[in-house]
Design a protein around this ligand. Sequence first.
Ligand SMILES: [Zn+2]
Length: 441
Amino acid sequence: MTRLNVDLLVLASAMIPVDPPGLVIRDGYVAVEGGRIVSIGRRSSMPPVSAEEVVEGRGMVALPGLVNAHTHVAMTLLRGLASDRPLDEWLREIWRVEAKMGPEEVLDGARLGILEMLLSGTTTFSDMYFHEDSVARAALESGVRAVLSYGMIDAPGWERDPDKTVKELREAERFIEDWHMAGGGRIRAAVGPHAPYTCSEELLRASAELARSRGLRLHIHLSETRREVEELRERAGEGPPSYLDSLGVLGPNVLAAHGVWLDREEISLLASKGASVVHCPASNLKLASGIAPVADMLREGVNVALGTDGPASNDSLDMFREMRLAALLQRGSRLDPRALTSWDVLRMATVNGARALGLADEIGTLEAGKRADLILVDLRRPHLSTQRDPVSALVFSATGDDVDTVIVDGRVIVRARRIMTMDAGEVVERASRAATRLASG
Ligand SMILES: [Zn+2]
C-alpha cells in the first residue's frame, strides 16, 4: 500500500460521517491534506500514514462540525433584555438598544458569540445583522466558517421609506463585494432582507434579483409569529410564503428562518420551490411564538436545518441543546416518539444546514473530498459514559461543553476545550464591558 503523507490525522473511538445515514464507524480515522479530507474509514483498513499532526481521540466520537443556520451572533451583548415579553414588545426594546451599537460593539459581541460557538462544536454559522463587517472580521480572524448577510429593513411597521430601499441595497452590494469568498472561501456573503413585514415589495424583489444574479443565498425571517401572518393576510390577501413567491423570491437559494405558522399548502409550496427552513425551537418557545411543523416539513421534502437564532432570544448558542429541544418538542407535541429521530435531528444540524447554505459539496458530512470541518466529543464524561448509541448520546445527553476538539478547514481551532485562535479572557472581558455600557445608556 502506498504511504499517505498528510497534514493531519484524526483518530476516534467512533466516527459518524452522517452520510450514509445510520453508519457509525468504530475505531475510525480521518486523514486531512490541504484542508480537505483525503481518506476516512476504519483504523484496521487504514493505509500507512505519515502525518505532521495527530489528534488522538481515544474515548471520543468524531462527527461533522455543527451548522448553526440562523443567528444574529452579536446579540450576545443583549442577553436577557426584555426577557419575559412577547416578540413585538421584545423587538421594540431590542431595537432601542441596538440603535446604540456601533461597529466596535458588534465586533465585541460577535467575537464572544463565535468563541461560544467554536467551544461548543459549531464550525459554520449563518448570520444576519447590521455592521456585518464586524461579524465578518471576527469570523475571519477566529477561523470559523460563516455565511453572512447584511440585514436590510426599509419598511418597519409596514411604512416604506424609499430612500432607505436604495441605501439598504447599496450597503448589501458593498458588503458582498468586500467579503464574499474572503479567507479562501471560508467567508461567504448572502443577501438578507429581514422579513416580509419589515421590507417593502420593492426591496424584496430587488433582493431576490441581487441574490440570483450573484449566485448567493437569500436569508429571510418567515412566518415566525401568528400575528405577523395575520397582518400580511389582511394587507396582501395571502400568507408569507405565497406572498414571497408572487414577488419572485422563493427558490432553492432561499434560507427561511422559523417557519412556525405554515399550513399544508404553504409547506408544499416551500418544498416545490426547494427552499430551506431553519428551525429555531428555543427562540420560538422563549418568545412564545409557537411550535414549527418540522415533522410535516421533513415528510413533504422541505430541507429543514437548525439554528439558535440570536442569543438574546434563546439565550444560548449551544447547538447540542438545540438538537435535544428540537427532538423533544416534535415528539411531545405530536405524541409520537418517531416524529423526529436522533438521526433526523443530527442531520438537521449538519448536512441539512450545509445544504441550506449552499455548501453541501464542501461540508456537512465526513467524506473524502470535502473540507475538513469536524469535531470530537468526549464520551468518557459521566453523563455520556454508559450511552450505547453515540447518536442518542449526542442528541439527548451531550452539551456543547463536552466538545473536546474542533477542526475547521483542516486547522485545529479548539484543543482539549481550549481555543487556539482567540484570547478567550480578553474576548469575555471586552464583551462584558460593552454589554454593561449598552445596558446603562
Ligand atoms: Zn432571527
